[in-house]
Write a protein that binds this ligand. Structure first.
Ligand SMILES: CC(C)(COP(=O)(O)OP(=O)(O)OC[C@H]1O[C@@H](n2cnc3c(N)ncnc32)[C@H](O)[C@@H]1OP(=O)(O)O)[C@@H](O)C(=O)NCCC(=O)NCCS
Length: 182
């Protein structure tokens, strides 16, 4: 468990799969993701089984939970993918599937917790991400968490009938350590 001030990150469970299927079939959510086809329960179960084959330090998806009264609510997932153990890089991803929790600061907190985990526990040197130009909320979240915009892949994505640009951002371990000195 990775504990934050108002949220916590935990390993995902098989029992979470119905929630993932609901989130990944919501067009309001998937407009921002590299997903263009409906997702079935069986497809998501296979994805979950594939995740289990990999040791956590080579990339792991974690559930984002927020506290509500005496309980914890699972609102989304975040993760580090494609961990490269030689170059010490990984790709960051996040989705808050419960839309009523958007714009309440949880995405920024979850991003910062994953960066802390990646730099301070996994000893990564560079964490990067890709975000669509149509997603200014995500871009602002990443800037607030410490990412720097690196460049643009023009018309790299075809979504909802048109090409859009993909923006690339990254943060280095040295930058994280500098702004988060103990
Ligand atoms: C992107 C996402 C993770 C952000 O998490 P969140 O909890 O909604 O974001 P936060 O509340 O922490 O921060 C949002 C920031 O964006 C700003 N923002 C919101 N809408 C905006 C817009 N249209 N233009 C510019 N900034 C915007 C907010 O003001 C806030 O910045 P501030 O704290 O400086 O005021 C979440 O909304 C989400 O999962 N969306 C759907 C899936 C997705 O887009 N995933 C990312 C794919 S790259």
């Amino acid at each position: 468990m990775i504990l934050g001030e108002k949220i916590r990150l935990r390993a995902i469970e098989r029992t979470d799969i119905p929630r993932f299927v609901r989130w990944m079939n919501d067009p309001e959510v998937t407009q921002y993701l590299l997903m263009s086809s409906p997702l079935s329960f069986a497809m998501e179960e296979k994805w979950f089984d594939d995740q289990l084959q990999r040791p956590p330090h080579q990339g792991q998806i974690l559930g984002i939970e927020v506290q509500r009264a005496d309980d914890w609510v699972h609102i989304g997932n975040t993760g580090l993918h494609d961990v490269d153990l030689v170059n010490r890089t990984a790709e960051f991803g996040i989705v808050i599937g419960e839309k009523e929790y958007w714009n309440r600061g949880y995405g920024t907190q979850a991003t910062r917790l994953m960066l802390k985990h990646g730099f301070e526990n996994l000893n990564l040197n560079r964490i990067y991400l890709e975000v669509f130009e149509t997603n200014p909320r995500a871009m602002q979240t990443y800037i607030n968490a410490g990412f720097t915009r690196e460049g643009v892949f023009r018309q790299a994505i075809f979504k909802n009938g048109r090409y859009i640009d993909a923006i690339f951002m990254s943060i280095l371990q040295s930058e994280w350590m500098e702004t988060n000195k103990k």
